[in-house]
Design a protein around this ligand. Sequence first.
Ligand SMILES: [Zn+2]
Length: 284
Amino acid sequence: MIPTQSFQFGTVGSPISNPKKPGGSAGAVLHIAALGLGALELGWVQSVRVSEATCAQIRAGVEQTGVSLSVHAPYYINLNAGDEEWPRARQRLMDAAHYGHLAGARDIIFHPGGYQGKPPAEALATAIPRLAGCVEELRAAGNPATLRPEMMGKAGQLGSFREVLEMATAAPGVQPCLDFAHLHARPGDGSMNSYAEWMGLFEAYGRALGEGALKTLSCHLSGIAYTAKGEKHHLTIAESDFRLDELMRALHAAGCAGRILSESPIMEEDALLFQRVWREVSGE
Ligand SMILES: [Zn+2]
């Protein structure tokens, strides 16, 4: 059984130490629980190629262990794609939501796309009705999954904190995926790395989406290398400038709960570190 605490910790993609047998995503669910962690995000980042039988196996593991499951949809989704490309991009998101739901996931995380040379406000005005249409179609099919556009790490990518909040405010069934490493890297000046800055962010989040939304956060975390233009690549916490302790203290002070997934190169090792620091800070 997974730990009972406000946050469940885990990895995006199978842990590095995932055994060969039973292996795969179904094995990863069991392995997350065996590691003493409580969450897994299936990394369907290239494409969604999974059978209904595999989804049933994953779901059985989820029901057995109580691991909190989400899906990272393929990278090749762009809410601001041209009219010709959009149906293919949309299908990738809908496939991730369909098979994710069969596997027992309640949240589908995806990258919202790029500006394609448009002013950000125009890109957002294209993105929001498309997103709302996806949720409508899922609900009509009896799928309750929450779609979670991720906050992105480069200034040129659709997905600033404000833009993702706006998507979530405008479209029911849409909530953010908070990527703390991306939020730190995007300004490119080393900011968004202190207790006070995180507290300000959680206040804005609660104001926009309601206090209840702070209890069901879906987050990514790792160290990160960046330049003035934002994200370069992910790092372990130890080799980065990320102030893990200040983030955890702010999450605790703001009364947050949910799921935090490691995207560090050492995956579960850092997920276990996050969990240790959370327990120290929260006393859970
Ligand atoms: Zn991502």
